[in-house]
Design a protein around this ligand. Sequence first.
Ligand code: TLP
Length: 345
Amino acid sequence: MEYIDLRSDTVTQPTPEMREAMAEADVGDDVYRDDPTVNRLEELAAEMLGKESALFVPSGTMGNLLALLVHCQRGDEVIVGNQSHIYLNEAGGMAALGGIQPCPVQNQHDGTLALDDILASIRTEDVHHPITHLICLENTQNICGGVPLTPAYTRQVGEVARRNQLALHIDGARIFNAAAAVDVPVKELVEPADSVMFCLSKGLVAPIGSMLVGSAPFIRRARHLRKMLGGGMRQVGVVAAAGIISLEKMTKRLGDDHLRARKLADGLRQIKGLVVDSDSPYTNMVYLNLSERVPLTAQQISQKMKERGVLVDAENGRRFRLVTHYWIEDAGVEKTVAAFNEVLN
Ligand code: TLP
């Protein structure tokens, strides 16, 4: 069965154009910096994000970990959202591999960290305390609904960071979704950040890969640490070729995914038994709960949806996240709404 797969935008398969570019890519040994396709992808990423340099990494998780390892020493502390991917979903890499301690700050409903909370979390100079070195933001903020952070807010956090001699890293796994939603060039959105990680393998449709961008010395050190972590990837232009299409073409069409997410949310709001989050969607994610009267769990419902050809992600016993992407068209949205209706009513 061909599934309508709304579990994540990570499920996106490469397009025929990507597959062709991958087959024909000029390649070389990237550990020697000999891969022309990787070099082009890295130059393009740095230019689009308005930073000096960029590094191609296998995953967003590795990109975030490298940023933490470059910015912090063992025993340092990093201010992170308590609902952030770095804190919750990266297998504790910062602690296990970097000896870095997270200082979780509550994510507000709009995905931000309150400036006062950030300020209150910065350690004072005291022999008893770890040293705060870094603030991490996530844009779009996934668990808070795929909500974009604004350029104005990011600037404010950048100022707090600078005034306190801290670095600012953005987990921008979906930064191009954020830029599309707030309608500013991505460069402007990340201007206050010292480093940014973004993913090619989510809404940008590439099969593998993320980019880490920052200053030239920052990326030089990250390249060294990538090798240490086993991420030196040889003839990886075969993958980078798809990433170039991601940057040149896929960044321009994310508004379509956001419109479809809206259409999906509107359809699901009509179904008895579902309670779509009131502001959802902000970008390409629709979050919803089962109403109290529904006797089934989200997992049981997701199984019944699967039998009807639709894959949805049960976040917990009562909650779903549905993510639109390149391979979800209007017919898929309609099929999903109809399937939920059939399962629940
Ligand atoms: N997110 C995945 C899952 O891991 C939850 C998803 O389906 O949304 N930052 C953010 C904000 C992310 O959402 C993700 C992946 C990552 C980093 C990590 O990227 P990868 O999967 O490439 O390591």
